[in-house]
Write a protein that binds this ligand. Sequence first.
Ligand code: HEM
Length: 329
Amino acid sequence: MASAARNGAAALMVMTVAVLALGTGGSAQLQYGFYKGKCNGSDVEAVVQGIVKTWFQRQNPIVAYLLRMQFHECVINGCDGGLLIDGPGTEKTAPPNLSVKGYDVIAAIKAELERRCPGVVSCSDIQILATRDAVALGGGAAYSVRTGRRDRRRSTASDVKLPAPEYTAQQTTAYYGRLGLSAFDTVLLLGAHTVGATHCSVIKPRLYSYGGKVGATDPGMDPSYAFVYKNYVCPNVAASDNNLVFLDDQWSAGKVDNHYYRNLQLRRGVLPCDQNLYNDGSTRWIVDLLANNTGLFTSLFPQALIKLSEVNVLTGTQGEIRKVCNKFN
Ligand code: HEM
């Protein structure tokens, strides 16, 4: 009887610990250092960081590639590796994802980790860790992220509903609001456009048919910038559609800094959704705050990325740990 009671108490304790570990939603929680001691003596985060560093040194745009990938990954069904899957009709094939890059660095990290400890590290965690390391290499802050994500067995192009470049500030903040992010977080997140580039095709409506009027240029764009785009970078011929325009000034387009916000103050935002953050009174104060305080963006940007990285994740026994990132097991 006593032993049955002891067994009962022990079972209750095990159950309590299990419930605590699983959290109230029935799925386990993300944790700092989730992979510690789980990869045959390898330090998983150090392995990721080492590979990102090597790639960064030979291919600097990976900061932009990985940041954009984290965005396109996490806003569609959560940070679940769904974007990485190859094949007809997967997320990767949806039109806004066709220009996403960085899959090769994720695959390289996965291959190395599978060699060290097969079936342990999820592709979704690799995406978040790699982006974190790229941001720091690009001049942003180093920050800690929680891990323990699992990969979803779903990747469907028709799920992909991304914000449009023409979004107003209200539309943009509403979009991120639905994911649990505040207007402040939203303005921080779009600060990712401090790195990388867009294709001329995306901004041609601002240059040549603003408001649906043939030949009209957005009067809200710094005229000297509009002149350069129209005459040099994105001339009004189809052949220039694939030319690239830096989202921040060229000298700053590889650096994670607050220069993007200063450009918005000068009407030099490249995408309409960027400039709209300054044009709208409800978000302008945030742009001003981030533009006028050097260092504030650097210290706050990670908070927004972390929130994005924890949207709708799978944990515990949900989903799977893929063997390769571009195929379900
Ligand atoms: C309203 C929200 C957003 C819209 C409409 C938007 C739209 C775009 C567009 C149209 C491009 C250029 C694509 C191309 O021409 O190939 C782009 C590039 C980029 N976006 Fe966004 N974006 C948004 C938010 C974000 C967020 C939240 C992040 C990351 C946290 C992000 C990171 C990037 C980066 C880094 C690039 C440059 C990519 C490269 O150089 O390859 N964007 N974005």
